[in-house]
Write a protein that binds this ligand. Structure first.
Ligand SMILES: [Zn+2]
Ligand SMILES: [Zn+2]
Length: 359
């Protein structure tokens, strides 16, 4: 085992560097993974750029602490394993593993009720100094982590997509899609394109994807969207109204991260519809709140993380029901992390950008 490793280290907002770090030491309950690849999440980029929801402002306290190695979408190979972890997790050296992004405390009121994705402590890889993430050659997986073994021949790109897909499955489930419905998914990044593939499994009467980027609209079509709409080129609300006899869509899943995605959804959803909010926003959204009650009696469902969906995500990727390859547009060595973050920030010609520490 080497003693040092290369790692992307966040020292504060807009202050990210490649550093040599000590390889983490492994306690009785820990597992050490050699990282095969780690995805860059839109949230990672918002954190880098100093967004208030990570670093705090006068309204919300910070929940990110530096220094920390970012990265919560990773697949790795077991290289070292503590005695307790070996028996409890039934893992051994060489196994390939994906890890849920949250490490539940196990003790708060949510964890005790099985609602671990809402854990009050809320430790997520790559956001707090005591829980380094996967943008490094090695990552330590602590005792309370949730690990899943993947098949030996599981493609590495599929491994990176397990976490985003698991979140997409949860968001689609939160939409309570019924037979014969018209479903709109707004925002066709990696998450939205996973949602398209998952929503398709519900066989909606019409599956509509919305994005401002033609490249992503093409991908959505190839992955199962029957209609794709671009708000830069057409009146998308009018289009959805005319496709639904003037009623509006039954289900609207918001994954744009932009306030316009919320406003447009409230306009195009029918009365008594279900709207799912998945995004993380850089700025607050202003809407006429009376649409929700007085005019449409909507159900607004939040969706956060991936409760109990990791195994299903692995199975869908392993069987080919959901495809990862069309989503992973970039494979970069760790040294090019800045270029990777910028690609995600521009969101023009990339979908999922990944870092490969050993390439
Ligand atoms: Zn993510
Ligand atoms: Zn907890």
């Amino acid at each position: 085992m080497p003693r040092t490793m290369r790692a992307v280290v966040c020292r504060g907002p807009r202050d990210y560097v490649l550093e040599d770090r000590q390889v983490p030491s492994v306690g009785k309950g820990d597992v050490l993974l050699a990282v095969e690849a780690c995805g860059i999440c839109a949230g990672d980029v918002k954190a880098r750029d100093g967004a208030a929801m990570f670093w705090g402002d006068d309204v919300q306290p910070a929940w990110m602490t530096a220094p920390v190695i970012p990265g919560h979408e990773f697949i790795g190979r077991v290289v070292e394993i503590g005695a307790e972890a070996r028996s409890r997790r039934q893992l051994t050296e060489g196994d390939r593993v994906v890890v849920e992004q949250i490490v539940p405390c196990g003790e708060c009121r949510y964890c005790r009720r099985g609602q671990y994705w809402m854990c009050q402590v809320h430790d997520i890889y790559g956001f707090k100094s005591h829980l380094d993430g996967g943008m490094a050659e090695f990552v330590r997986v602590p005792e309370k982590a949730l690990t899943y073994k993947v098949p030996r021949d599981f493609p590495t790109v599929s491994g990176v997509m397990v976490e985003p897909l698991a979140c997409a499955i949860h968001a689609v489930e939160r939409a309570d899609i019924e037979l014969g419905q018209v479903v709109v998914i707004a925002g066709l990044g990696a998450l939205g394109l996973c949602m398209i593939q998952v929503a398709r499994l519900k066989t909606p009467a019409l599956l509509i994807g919305i994005d401002t980027n033609p490249f992503r609209l093409h991908r959505a079509q190839a992955l199962g969207a029957q209609v794709v709409l671009n708000p830069r080129e057409q009146d998308v609300v009018a289009e959805v109204m005319s496709l639904t006899g003037g009623y509006g869509c039954d289900r609207y899943i918001e994954a744009t991260g932009a306030p316009a995605g919320v406003v447009q959804g409230l306009k195009m959803i029918r009365k008594l519809g279900v709207m799912v909010e998945f995004s993380v926003f850089e700025v607050p959204t202003t809407v006429d709140w009376s649409i929700i009650g007085d005019r449409k009696e909507l159900d607004i469902h939040g969706a956060h993380l991936s409760p109990y969906t990791f195994q299903l995500a692995i199975d869908y990727l392993a069987s080919g029901v959901v495809k990862a390859e069309p989503l992973v547009t970039h494979k970069l060595p760790l040294e090019q992390f800045e270029q990777g973050f910028d690609l995600v920030h521009r969101a023009q010609d990339s979908i999922k950008v990944t870092l490969w520490p050993t390439s």
